[in-house]
Design a protein around this ligand. Structure first.
Ligand code: PHE
Length: 471
């Protein structure tokens, strides 16, 4: 089925020029706000070291195997996730219910986009503030105030959210292969370089050893079950897994490219960016006496302090936030690609029509996230969370891990071993079997175990204790 389908896919959406374009595009999707903004702040909120270790384990034993599974699904079907799953379910002669993987993925991507765009808007706003010199010689409190003023300013937030949404819509409308390939080829390497410049700065002027110990001292007493769920969810979020983005990109991957090596490269690059970002941020956090658990504002408070007090900080700072915006941009594109390519393939929309509809709806829903930081900050109807916190929880901690779980189950148990082997042809038999066992057992069981323990921790243990007390 591969060859014929590849032809029509190429006509409709284009196909990557080669393995490296796929690596760059997948890295562009993976490396984003998740690495530079979210990873440091959730590591801070969950006590550092032990959390980081669990996160790295999740990447290695769940993330990489599931990512290979997701890429192979896309490449085998050469369609957008929803149609891909329906073709593959037919090929495997199993229930059409497996298409739910595609549907829930498309929905998760859409929901993530609604808040992702708002946060990326903060980065855009910071480019202006940097160029303006707002942070020059600013003390941490001053920077903290600038950040809270930004959050309180609904109009400003909406304006930046709109700019970012338009940028995303623009590239997707032009077709993914054209705009994106170039962007990631030039800009991702630049982001790496700048992160290393920041790392150097924080090693010179920050409290480097304290930052290092915070991230790599494995003190398990600080870790909770919900921390483990956050780490697991983040492994999926940061690798763009469980929602079809990687499947959609896999559909454009040349047939001769090696899935295993490619996926490992993407995972390594993604992890490197997160760790370097953490090491660039925490020494500065400690030197400036900012709380590591400061939450979503961590990046937006600690780094401007560093830039403001650094030679040529104005320049580096502006470039840095431009690059963060670009990293977010290449991720947000992959968030809506699954929905948009499905709408186009359905034959009912053209690309521009589809993306306009999705863009406007996502923009509207994004207003809920904007308000979560000001007018609705104390409005917590859903599990005691703000609108933004709830969306983040629902997508990253529930939908993506569940999506990944079912992808693993589908590839491990439902597809014929021969079709799977065809897509991962480059590995030796032993490597292949090892991977297959991980996809069949380790990844699903690990995800399921975390859910069960969390349920126990949050609800059942209380009831159990009450029952024991009654007896
Ligand atoms: N991986 C992206 C990041 O870390 C976010 C993302 C999630 C993108 C899911 C696509 C799909 O920022």
């Amino acid at each position: 089925m591969g060859q014929i389908a590849a032809g029509s896919q190429q006509k409709m959406h284009g196909i990557w020029a080669g393995r490296w374009t796929f690596i760059l595009a997948a890295t562009g999707s993976a490396v984003g706000l998740g690495n530079i903004w979210k990873f440091p702040y959730i590591a801070g909120e969950n006590g550092g070291g032990a959390f980081v270790l669990v996160y790295l384990l999740c990447i290695a034993i769940i993330g990489v195997p599931v990512m290979m599974a997701e890429v192979l699904l896309g490449r085998r079907a050469r369609k957008s996730p929803i149609y891909a799953m329906s073709d593959l379910a037919r090929e495997a002669k199993v229930s059409r219910l497996w298409c739910a993987i595609g549907w829930s993925g498309a929905l998760a991507g859409f929901l993530i986009l609604t808040f992702y765009s708002v946060i990326a808007g903060w980065a855009l706003a910071y480019v202006g503030k940097m160029i303006n010199g707002d942070f020059v010689h600013a003390a941490p409190e001053t920077v903290g105030n600038i950040f809270s003023t930004l959050l309180a300013d609904k109009g400003g937030l909406i304006q930046w959210h709109s700019v970012f949404m338009l940028m995303t819509v623009g590239v997707v409308a032009a077709g993914v292969t054209k705009g994106l390939g170039v962007a990631v080829r030039v800009l991702m390497p630049l982001l790496f370089v700048l992160l290393f410049v920041l790392l150097w700065y924080s090693s010179q002027y920050g409290d480097f050893s304290r930052g290092f110990n915070f991230l790599f001292d494995f003190d398990f007493s600080k870790l909770t079950w919900s921390g483990v769920l956050v780490a697991l969810g983040h492994a999926f979020f940061t690798l763009s897994l469980g929602m079809g983005a990687i499947m959609a990109y896999g559909a454009y991957m040349p047939s001769h490219a090696e899935v295993s090596k490619t996926v490992v490269t993407v995972a390594l690059l993604d992890t490197l960016v997160a760790l370097v970002a953490g090491m660039a941020i925490f020494p500065i956090v400690f030197a400036a006496n900012i709380e590591p658990s400061a939450g979503p504002g961590l990046l937006f408070v600690s780094l401007p302090v560093a830039f403001g007090n650094m030679d040529s900080g104005l320049l580096f700072g502006s470039v840095f936030f431009i690059l963060v915006s670009i990293a977010a941009w290449s991720s947000s594109i992959s968030l809506i690609e699954p929905v948009v390519s499905w709408m186009v393939e359905s034959g009912r929309f053209n690309r521009v029509g589809a993306i306009s509809l999705v863009g406007v709806t996502a923009w509207l829903m994004g207003l809920g996230t904007v308000l979560s930081f000001n007018d609705w900050a104390d409005f917590k109807p859903l599990l005691g969370m703000t609108f933004f916190d709830f969306l983040d929880f629902l997508t990253a901690q529930i939908m993506l891990p569940l999506g990944g779980l079912f992808i693993a189950l589908f590839v491990g148990w439902k597809m014929s071993k021969a079709s799977v082997r065809e897509e991962i042809a480059e590995t030796t038999d032993i490597q292949f079997d090892l991977w297959l066992q991980m996809v069949r057992w380790i990844s699903p069981l690990a995800v399921a175990a975390v859910f069960v323990f969390l349920l126990w921790d949050k609800f059942l243990s209380g009831w159990w204790a009450a029952l024991i007390a009654l007896i």
